[in-house]
Design a protein around this ligand. Structure first.
Ligand SMILES: NC(=O)C1=CN([C@@H]2O[C@H](COP(=O)(O)OP(=O)(O)OC[C@H]3O[C@@H](n4cnc5c(N)ncnc54)[C@H](OP(=O)(O)O)[C@@H]3O)[C@@H](O)[C@H]2O)C=CC1
Ligand SMILES: CC(=O)C(=O)O
Ligand SMILES: [Mg+2]
Length: 751
């Protein structure tokens, strides 16, 4: 598995750009006209007000309550970093809010309460609880968290769930069910050592005990060592409940012969010697964040027979509450639950454990760069598993319904599962899929414009995200200076800087170029200038000679200029069949537009070729292509010379006998909106088009830029296709992320 490394600078930039923080609030209703305002606010809003006053449960129908969770913290136990205060906890709580959205389409908002007084927190949360469908308490330290949660559960009529306690316990239990199955041990017989007697620790041990672990077999430790019966220091009632009669005093002593270690304490709390002293086939869940009690490398170095899990995404077996809270709340919200009870938690743990035993879809395996099958390195599903959203919430909802906490039971479970699948944003899945493929390809990516800080940042990100090797074309000192200027000075050692001065291949490149251009008016001197001084040409020559696997350029010069230079080395022209395809990602939809780069005024034959190439890109992205030839007329009306070629392109494709769906000509609304398409029952498209072949380059540019500027669509491309090697040309306005996405396209050979 490739480790992904990020630097502190990248982490800060991620949080800073393009706007500070990680989320924003978007209106879900039109808010443009006088009528909209009258409905949204006064006077229209008075009607739901009266309805809710009369029947409070209708708040679930007329407000965001039913899909809204508050992530509440006072910052007293931020990850494993300790008590850093309410405000410092905000990035974590915002992070949790976006994970709720990303993984389960739950709207969440972070609320930081600047107090350590449990009564104040209880009062504040209780007072605001009517606003929400659920409360996720987070990173509140023990023992106050126990008091706060239990009191709030008594007085609130919505789920109140301290995730560090129960989320962690649920995931830990799911992993433990599978780890013990693999080692053939029974939980009743296991000697369990838990380090960290706080929120997470006490809840984990309680759940394992409810699953059969025996009290006398479980040793709990904290900063003062073993919690033994009668210990006078650092105790509280929650720790006392787990104190055992024992002569053991230190974690080191407790670990001797232990079958299971659970760590929810702090970085580095466990030594290799402790692991060495454990029983055969030890199970080690080192769950402290961001750094575990012991790393898997260290544990495996002394005990090859260990099953090791951590809380991190960059190691196998991520035992992290991110696998639970989005789905627990999704299931609870969907039944308008009054609580998340033990049965719902256990149903979640069982469903997670069961999912890990099933065959893993390819896209999930690819995201992790290795085959995932149930075993020592795969005891728990991975957070990017797309099956989580439609397997875990139904199990939780059903358990809630069976135990009477549902205000609104789900009648049709099958329809519910289908609805859950539809909730997930396909654009996120698409990007995740191609990034996963790129990671597997491990391409040597040539970044031609090593004098541009954005390109350099993308190259560093390429390398550090484990996507492959970054080859940067540029002058050594210049690259170094520019890296320094963006705070990435140390990355210079990781990148390979290539230029005509340090390349052993310059003569071979020049010979190759001379062969291609000698009959096009270029003499040897021109060739030298092109090969040695133009980075687009030099980079293309590297690619042509196999000295890199893909090429990204275009961030500093207009794409037409760059394409001309690439054409000196490759046949990337309209006549050679090259096509530019741009992907627009917006509101959960993906639409490809073509040709956005190469053909200026295509005729019907060209249009048919463009459609075929775009269909290839769509298939490569995992989409079933449906092509619409678009114009300002639909199926021959109004009649126009400009629209006729779009119509004729269909006939060309018919003759060519292609296997994908296509039709036209039609207007964009007919192409994208099934209700509008229904007016033409003979239309051969079985769903909304996902490829729009436009009449000419200007209409392509206008549509893409309009969507980008007016609608805020995410634009990927133009993806260059129809060239023998993977080359991608980004736009001059490209951000670091855009450049990275283009490199990913090149690595996946999407074009
Ligand atoms: N992987 C996951 O999903 C999750 C991981 N965690 C991790 O668990 C850890 C604890 O979080 P949480 O329970 O919320 O925090 P709490 O503050 O509630 O509890 C921390 C506990 O850990 C103990 N502790 C701290 N350092 C050490 C040490 N070096 N050796 C032994 N015990 C130690 C404390 O001991 P004392 O009582 O003596 O002060 C306390 O009992 C964090 O690292 C957090 O990141 C938490 C939730 C989820
Ligand atoms: C994951 C988590 O909630 C924690 O480390 O606190
Ligand atoms: Mg936490």
């Amino acid at each position: 598995m490739t480790r992904s490394k990020t630097t502190p600078e990248e982490a800060l930039l991620y949080h800073f750009e393009p706007t500070p923080g990680k989320y924003e609030i978007v209106a879900s209703k039109p808010m443009a006209t006088q009528r909209d305002l009258s409905l949204a606010y006064s006077p229209g809003v008075a009607v739901p007000v009266l309805a809710i006053a009369e029947r409070p449960e209708t708040a679930y129908d007329y407000t965001v309550k039913g899909n809204m969770v508050a992530v509440v913290s006072n910052g007293t136990a931020i990850l494993g970093l300790g008590n850093l205060g309410a405000l410092a906890g905000k990035p974590v709580m915002e992070g949790k809010a976006v994970l709720f959205k990303r993984f389960a389409d739950v709207n969440a908002i972070d609320i930081e309460l600047n107090t350590e007084d449990p009564d104040e927190i209880i009062k504040a949360v209780h007072l605001m609880s009517c606003t929400f469908g659920g409360i996720n308490l987070e990173d509140i330290k023990a023992p106050e968290c126990f008091i706060i949660e239990s009191r709030l559960k008594e007085i609130c009529d919505i789920p109140v769930f301290h995730d560090d306690q129960h989320g962690t316990a649920v995931i830990c239990a799911a992993g433990m069910i599978n780890a013990l199955e693999i080692t053939g041990k029974k939980i009743e017989d296991c000697r369990i050592v838990l380090n960290g007697a706080g929120a997470a620790g006490i809840a984990c041990l309680e759940l394992l005990k409810s699953m059969g672990a025996r009290h006398e077999n479980c040793i709990m430790c904290d900063t003062k060592g073993v919690i033994w019966q009668g210990r006078p220091d650092g105790m509280n009632q929650w720790k006392s409940a787990h104190a055992v009669k024992t002569d053991l005093r230190t974690l080191e002593e407790a670990m001797v012969g232990a079958d299971v270690f659970l760590g929810v304490s702090a970085k580095g709390a466990v030594t290799p010697e402790m692991v060495r002293s454990m029983a055969e086939n030890p199970v080690i869940f080192a769950m402290a964040n961001p750094d575990p009690e012991i790393t898997p490398e260290e544990a495996h170095a002394v005990r090859a027979d260990a099953i090791v899990a951590t809380g991190r995404s960059d190691y196998p077996n991520q035992v992290n509450n991110v696998l639970g809270f989005p789905y627990l709340f999704r299931g609870a919200l969907d039944i308008h639950a009054r609580a998340i009870n033990d049965e719902m938690k256990i149903a979640c743990a069982r469903a997670l454990a069961a999912l890990a035993r099933q065959d893993v879809p390819d896209e999930v395996a690819m995201a992790y760069g290795r085959k995932l099958s149930f075993g020592r390195d795969y005891i728990i599903p991975t957070p990017f598993d797309p099956r989580l959203i439609y397997t875990i919430p139904p199990a939780v909802a059903k358990a809630g319904m069976d135990t009477g906490v549902a205000r609104r039971p789900i009648i049709d479970m099958k329809a519910y599962e289908a609805g859950l699948k539809a909730r997930m944003d396909p654009t996120a899945t698409l990007l995740q899929g191609i990034h996963a493929r790129a990671r597997q390809a491990q391409a040597r990516m040539i970044f031609a414009e090593g004098d541009d800080p954005r390109v350099l940042r993308a190259a560093v990100a390429w390398q550090r995200s484990g996507l492959g090797k970054a080859l940067v074309v540029g002058r050594d000192q210049d690259v170094k200076d520019k890296l320094e200027s963006v705070g990435l000075g140390d990355a210079v050692r990781e990148l390979e800087i290539v230029n005509a001065g340090n390349s052993r291949h310059l003569d071979a490149y020049k010979d190759f170029l001379y062969q291609r251009l000698q009959r096009q008016g270029h003499d040897r001197e021109d060739i030298h200038r092109l090969a040695a001084r133009d980075r687009h040409v030099f980079a293309s020559l590297m690619l042509a000679h196999g000295h890199g696997d893909g090429l990204v350029t275009g961030a500093t010069r207009k794409s037409a200029h760059v394409l001309n230079l690439i054409n000196t080395v490759f046949d990337a022209s309209a006549t050679a069949g090259a096509v530019g395809v741009t992907a627009l990602l917006h509101k959960g939809r993906i639409v490809l537009i073509a040709d956005t780069l190469v053909h200026e005024w295509p005729d019907e034959e060209d249009l048919a070729t463009i459609a075929t190439k775009a269909a290839g890109v769509a298939q490569n992205l995992g989409l079933e292509p449906r092509v619409a030839f678009v114009s300002f007329s639909t199926f021959g009306y109004p009649v126009s010379e400009r629209a006729t070629k779009m119509h004729r392109a269909c006939s060309v494709l018919e003759k060519r006998g292609v296997s994908f769906e296509f039709d036209g000509e039609m207007t964009v609304d007919v192409a994208l909106n099934m209700q509008r398409m229904a007016a033409y029952p003979f239309c051969r498209l079985t769903g909304p088009a996902n490829i729009l072949v436009v009449p000419a380059r200007h209409s392509a540019s206008i549509s893409v830029k309009l969507m980008q500027e007016m609608a805020g669509a995410t634009v990927i491309g133009p993806i260059l296709t129809g060239v023998t090697k993977p080359i991608q040309i980004c736009s001059t306005g490209a951000t670091v992320n855009d450049i990275l996405n283009m490199a990913v396209m090149a690595a996946c050979k999407v074009g």
